[in-house]
Structures are given as structure tokens and as C-alpha cells.
Write a protein that binds this ligand. Structure first.
Ligand SMILES: Nc1ncnc2c1ncn2[C@@H]1O[C@H](COP(=O)(O)OP(=O)(O)OP(=O)(O)O)[C@@H](O)[C@H]1O
Ligand SMILES: [Mg+2]
Length: 390
């Protein structure tokens, strides 16, 4: 058949063709795409007892249209990541019912009973005890399973080869890990941040540290990553009285440094903290970095005895985790900075009546995390930096 771009009216027949829908009546379908890149449809029966979500990658960036082409094989990366996570942490992602590589379409569990974490936080909610813990565990389970500790060497080499994602990695290498530190047409910022944006671009020490993190991003094939683990890629809620945390949208997945996933989550947690501080709604925000790191470390250590290559000894585990920690601190810093003086900003800050004071604090924190990551060796050390911002 070839690649078909699906419209709302095509979805019932498509779901039947692919064996996802066998009820007598067609499902009702609505489009819910609110991201930049892809289309998402929800299909449900009349009484709402059965529903599915379908995500299709277009050969361009959805919000830009055909003038910004983008390889739709990012959907392959998303399906591949889900396949790997499903082996080890199926409760932390949407259930995947099928992937159609010809049409770059993924059919999965409808999660519309849950809420996107960023939306909740922006409305003033706190995290509660589960969200960061489950997220840290997610990173540990996914990364351990797809590292040389969780996979035989030959299988790992095949995974690395299959997961190479040049186009999406290049976006990160440019938009996150270089453009904010140079003059670039993508960059924009609030005029109240002119001085800091200028200082950051002139800061050669900062630039060298970012270059180091960028090179690690390009070369450190530790594990399959989510690649875009921000608070807009996590849904939370309750089902049958228990907490539910689901990580979604792993289209930036590739084999890279584990600290990139943790660092992105931390950056978003730290920025949400600045929003809450500005609004006087600070609650459990300051605990989230520690909670996610502790859960990550505990789960990684729990899995360690199952490693497939025992030449890696316990002392090496300590060294490895220290390296992951340091990378995470650094990537948290680069992520904060790029979200304020780079291309794509965060609603956490942009929807504040005056985003400047919170953004200034966050930028200064971001720089400290990048340049001092080797000496900030614990969650408490990061807290001390936040406190020192005044
Ligand atoms: N399985 C699902 N169930 C219910 N809603 C979903 C599901 N998947 C995605 N959505 C909705 O669609 C939105 C966009 O999804 P997603 O983030 O995967 O798309 P995207 O185009 O890759 O976004 P981005 O531009 O942020 O990368 C989500 O914010 C959510 O509201
Ligand atoms: Mg996406």
C-alpha cells in the first residue's frame, strides 16, 4: 500500500485492517495532537468501554508542515524503545498493541484518563511520593537492560547499529548542546535576560564544559535512552486507587549516556521548582532530584547481580554510577539553559506574569550545574547551589 497519511476519517478502517478493531460499530475518533512533531488520534466505542490511541509520524514537522521535512523513521525509534522497555518495565509505558513500519503508525493504550505531568505542575499540583521514584526506576530498568550489563555483547552491537538516529540526535546536538552558546537565529530570550544571554555566549569556560557534555552525548553508547524525558513526556494519575506513572514519546531514543535522561528530568523538576517559588506554591519540588536519583541508584544496584558480564566488578559499579551522576548534573544544566535562551522554551516559565526573576535564577543554576558538576557529588550539594541563589 505504501505510506498513507491518515486523517480522522481514515482511522476506523485502518484500525480494522490492522486487526485492532472488531466491534460492529466503528469507533468515534478525535485528533488530540498537541505536540510539535506528530499526529495523535483517540478512537473509542460509544460507551467508552474500549479505546485506543494511534500516533503517526508525518514526513515533516506537524506544526511547520512540508516546508520542514523530517524523516518519519523517528516512529521506528519510538517503537524500538517501547519494545525494549516492555521487556523490563511494562508498567511504566503505554501498552503497545502494534507498530506498522510502512505507515510509521503506532497503536497503543489510550491514556486520556491520565494527565501530563507538566500540565499538573503548572496548575500548582505537587509531585507526590511516586512520580519521581517511578521515573528514576524507569531509567534504571530501561538503561540496565540495554547496557553491556544487561545484554550480551553481540546483541548490544546489533541494538546500537539499529538505533542510530542521525537526524534526531543532530537536533539535540544543535538545539540543546551548542546553539544557546553561540549567535544563532533559533535563539530567543526575554529582554530582561539580555545580559545573561550575552555573558553565557562569551563564557569560554562554560562553552568548553558544554563541548565535553556534547561529545559525551555523541560518543558514549552506554544504553538505549528515552532521549526526551521531560515532564511533558510523563503522564500520571490513579487507576483502581493506585498511582500510575507512564513515560511516553521516546521518539528521540538512541544509544547514549544514561545521564542525559536523568538530567533532562532534573532540569524540568528544577525549573518547575522556580515556577512554584515565584508563585508561592512551592511544595515537594525540592525533593524530586533526590527521589529520582535514589530510585535510579537503588534499582540499578538491585539489578547489578544479574549482569551478563561479571568482569565488571562491584567497585566498577560505584565508579560507573558516579560517572552517570556527574553526567546527569551536567545535562540538567544544559537543559535548563537551552530552555531559557535557546530555541524551545518551557510553559513553566513563559506563562509567569514576569518570567524574568525565575528565569535568571534558573539560568545561574544551570551554569553552576554544568561547570561545577565534578564537585557537586550528591543531591544535597545540588540543593546547596539552589539555596545559594538567594
Ligand atoms: N497513548 C496516548 N493516550 C492519550 N493521549 C495521548 C497518548 N499519546 C499521546 N497523547 C496526547 O497527545 C499529545 C502528543 O503526544 P506526543 O508527545 O507523543 O506527540 P509528539 O508529536 O511527539 O509531541 P512533541 O512535539 O512534544 O514531541 C500528548 O501530549 C497527549 O496529550
Ligand atoms: Mg515527540
Amino acid at each position: 500500500m505504501g505510506y498513507r497519511i491518515l486523517e480522522t476519517d481514515d482511522i476506523p478502517a485502518y484500525l480494522r485492517e490492522r486487526g485492532h478493531w472488531d466491534e460492529a460499530a466503528d469507533p468515534q475518533v478525535r485528533e488530540v495532537s498537541d505536540g510539535n512533531m506528530n499526529r495523535v488520534f483517540l478512537a473509542s466505542n460509544a460507551d467508552g468501554t474500549r479505546s485506543l490511541a494511534l500516533k503517526q509520524a508525518l514526513p515533516w514537522v506537524r506544526v511547520a508542515g512540508p516546508s520542514w521535512p523530517m524523516n518519519p523513521d523517528r516512529a521506528d525509534a519510538e517503537a524500538r524503545a517501547y519494545e525494549q522497555v516492555a521487556r523490563v518495565a511494562p508498567d511504566k509505558i503505554p501498552a503497545v498493541h502494534g507498530y506498522d513500519p510502512e505507515n510509521y503508525a503506532l497503536v497503543m493504550e489510550d491514556m486520556s484518563d491520565l494527565e501530563v505531568l507538566r500540565t499538573l505542575l503548572n496548575e500548582g499540583a505537587s509531585y507526590g511520593p511516586h512520580t519521581s521514584a517511578r521515573t528514576g526506576e524507569f531509567v534504571a530498568q530501561f538503561s540496565f537492560a540495554t547496557s553491556d550489563f544487561g545484554m550480551a555483547s553481540a546483541d548490544r552491537k546489533a541494538l546500537i547499529a539499529a538505533s542510530v538516529s542521525p537526524e534526531l540526535c543532530k537536533i539535540t546536538e544543535d538545539v540543546v548542546l551548542s546553539e544557546p552558546y553561540i549567535e544563532h537565529e533559533h535563539n530567543h530570550w526575554h529582554e530582561g535576560l539580555d545580559d545573561l544571554a550575552r555573558q553565557f555566549r562569551a563564557d569560554t569556560g562554560l562553552r568548553t564544559e558544554v563541548a565535553d557534555l556534547r561529545h559525551t552525548f555523541m560518543t558514549s553508547a552506554q544504553a538505549l535512552l528515552h532521549g526526551d524525558l521531560h515532564t511533558g513526556s510523563i503522564m500520571v494519575g490513579e487507576r483502581e486507587g493506585g498511582p500510575v506513572v507512564r513515560v511516553f514519546d521516546p521518539e528521540f531514543s538512541f544509544v547514549g549516556p544514561i545521564g542525559y535522561d536523568l538530567g533532562l528530568y532534573w532540569a524540568n523538576a528544577l525549573v518547575s521548582e522556580e515556577r512554584a517559588r515565584a508563585l508561592g506554591t512551592l511544595s515537594d519540588h525540592p525533593d524530586q532530584l533526590r527521589l529520582s536519583w535514589q530510585a535510579f541508584e537503588t534499582e540499578f544496584r538491585r539489578l547489578w547481580p544479574t549482569r551478563v558480564d561479571t568482569f565488571f566488578d562491584d567497585a566498577y559499579l560505584d565508579r560507573f554510577l558516579r560517572r552517570v551522576w556527574t553526567d546527569s548534573v551536567g545535562y540538567a544544566g544544559t537543559e535548563i539553559i537551552r530552555r531559557i535562551i535557546g530555541f524551545a522554551h518551557l510553559t513553566d516559565l513563559t506563562t509567569l506574569a514576569d518570567p524574568v526573576p525565575a528565569s535568571r535564577r534558573a539560568l545561574l543554576l544551570g551554569r553552576e550545574l554544568v561547570v561545577r558538576r565534578e564537585e557537586l557529588t550528591s543531591p544535597q550539594a545540588v540543593r546547596d547551589v539552589v539555596t545559594s541563589l538567594g
